[in-house]
Design a binder for this molecule. Sequence first.
Ligand code: GUN
Length: 303
Amino acid sequence: MSKANLIDGKAVAASVRSEITARAARLLAETGKRPGLAVVLVGEDPASQVYVRNKDRAAEACGFHSVKHTLAADTSEASLLALVTQLNEDDAIHGILVQLPLPGHIDETKVLRLIRPEKDVDGFHPVNVGLLATGARDTALVPCTPAGSLALLKRTLQTPLAGLNAVVIGRSNIVGKPMAALLLAESCTVTIAHSRTKDLPEVVRGADIVVAAVGRPEMVRGSWIKPGATVIDVGINRVPDPAKGEGATKLVGDVAFAEAAEVAGAITPVPGGVGPMTIAMLMANTLTAARRQLGVAPEPELF
Ligand code: GUN
């Protein structure tokens, strides 16, 4: 049986980042300004610390002005809102990202809605959600993980996605819903499946494109996949790995990779698939936000 093509997100992300670095250098030469990104972390969640560090490093590597704000877990909501207001008003900052989840005493919705939509490089503000939903992708800022997933799909399939059956498993605001909106804008026939979906395996068997974003380790089995389908695995789950010794762990996706790779036409690995694309798309959004705020004409789409 033929094995699926492996979609190398790490390589695609590296090429996207190198193009962004070149574009940022041109912007600096033309305007004297660097794209500015502020990343805000509240508390000490270890996974969030890693993500925030990686985002800050990636911004520096692209030649951006990068600022990291690390606040204590007991920071008041009012202090965080005051910081967002200050960043909203700072002309050197074109993109603001507040790492989620926030501690329980802070109202996440209130914080995300305070970020100026033009600086909302996560694409979580209702204005950006609405622009994406109404098909105005050229003026919206699009959430990074779905944008990165779509970039991988386009590079893999090379042909228009119009008419393909796409099944998105998961309905989160961060991934599932915006992913569905992007696929719909590509004229796919889109199904959003979730924990209450009846006969999920049968629904997935009809899919030319499967995007798994549920956060349940290896839930999607090889027997669910239509032969030749393209599988994008957004899940990042840490699970025990007894083969490596007691207490050892490994990362797995939401798809049972070895099984699915026997059936799919192409599939993303975990790690090394969607993950690296998320950060590349954050850099792309920051550059886009900077160009718009500086009144510089847009460049051709990166993907
Ligand atoms: N936490 C998990 N994913 C994300 C993301 O894409 N953006 C932010 N801000 N927080 C997250």
